[in-house]
Design a protein around this ligand. Sequence first.
Ligand code: ADP
Ligand code: MG
Length: 587
Amino acid sequence: MITKIAAGEVIERPASVIKELLENSIDAGARRIDIDIEQGGTELIRIVDDGHGIDPEDLALAFSNHATSKLRAADDLFRIGTMGFRGEALASIGGIARVLMQSRAEGHEVGAEIRNDGGELSEVRPWNGAQGTRIEVRHLFYNVPVRKKFLRTISTEVGHVCEAVQRIALAFPSLHIVLRHNSKLVYEVPSSAGLTDRIALFFGGDIRDQLYDVQLSQGPATLSGYIADPACERGNAKWQYLFLNGRWIRDRSLGHAVQDAYRGLLMVGRYAVSFLFIDLPPDLVDVNVHPTKCEVRFRDSQALFHLVRSGVRNRLHKANIVPQLQMPINEGREPVATAEPWKVTEVPMREYSPPPVPTYDPPLIHSETRTVNETPQQQPSRNVNEVPRPPEIRLASAPHRAIQIHNSYLVVETADGMLVIDQHALHERILFEQLQRRFRAGQLEKQRLLIPEPIDLPGPQAAMVLEAREALLDLGLEIEDFGGGTILLSAYPAVLGRASPATILEGVVDQLIHHERPPTRDQLLNHLLATMACKAAVKANDPLSQEEISALMAQRELADDSHHCPHGRPTSLLFSRKELEKQFGRI
Ligand code: ADP
Ligand code: MG
């Protein structure tokens, strides 16, 4: 009975069994592991490894609760080399399934086998097999109908199994691992496949081709691995892999660190893809706080947050400068008639120049506003902890030499090429940053409506907006409940001047419903500021005067990230001089 209850903690589904068994095989030094499952693992899980095996006399012991061969010292609970330490996985699995375990230990002529039927141990018999361990787990939860009920469809269970296998395969890049479902091959990952090959196999070649390697040490901690280009963004954080001392972990704070590093490069509600490995002396990690060992507690979680954020951010700065257009090269052949698509590649890193102190500039386009907030004008001070700006592309000529084409783009000469700027995207970014500064300085102006405007929303959405009322008020958006799904809007941020109140609220609702969890105040704020910036910015097809062009170019120089609009799209494209010369046959 005790075993069954304990199993509930660790063993939720076939994937949990597989995780525990794989960890045992790895602890046994296995170099190849074969996994066979049937019906998503509910009928059969068979794991065969070539590790050091189990002595016949220890076979029964392996199934006894809290019997582990791995615990050597009390303060040694979270060791680098070993995955398991609780000594209860096998006992738990034996209690809720029909298990056959066969093993031949290193240096033994014959092996031995034992059965565990829901906690009933058989006697140990000789077994003739190769060195290593072979475990079959059949009819999971056959004696725990309540648990069995919680199993989902076979394809869902297979999905969880694949994830468990992926995590192990990524954490141990020299492990040969094979997964079959109902005798069909799912993955075969040879030991020669390195980390990036594994990423390609599991997540696609597109991701593999857009990875940047990360490497950073700070004190006793080391960060390494890969991050993907912002273009690889996903709708959830599942593809942010994090491994601590070779073990996959879940850590919300470090997830935030990754997202924070990508800020401004991803659209709202989108998530970066990353494969990060942290190595840390075990004494800086607190002992297991979670039975599945997926969650840990760090002695200095803030230092790790900074390690991850700066490691990722610095690498993005280094890699992700202005996307550059590369023209198709016709090596000596006739020019191709059909235009090939432009290929966007990264520009090599340029030297870093320290950012100038930002100054206040009123937005280019004014709306009739009234300052509600009477905070004295003050120069916003730059937070010294802020991450450095990306290296700038220096302009060759005075900014006013930019010209406008198609009333939409600005073209300007740079030190080694030509820059084409999307006027709307750039202005949007500039206004976004100004708004952020003004917000921080408490200077966001409110526009009060003479008559509050009623806005009808579907019931649940109205409730969500009302729940976020306090946060919205901070942002200058004053709402009241009018009942029956109607919300009264009485004031909104003045910069939104031209936007209709209904559109503003719709944007907020979008934010609220497209998040799994309620958006944080910061997310809401960023979204609102991005919306304001978008509404107030010059549009495509807006003719600009020479003064406006000069002002835009001057402010571009002062922007923290002039390369991306608040939604993460590029603001400009660089044509290098070299590329032009190549195309004209000069070099
Ligand atoms: P833990 O891994 O925490 O020690 P488990 O219940 O997972 O506890 O395993 C109990 C013991 O069984 C292990 O300590 C190990 O000695 C032995 N064992 C389990 N699986 C294997 C395997 N594949 N190869 C060798 N020994 C194993
Ligand atoms: Mg174990």
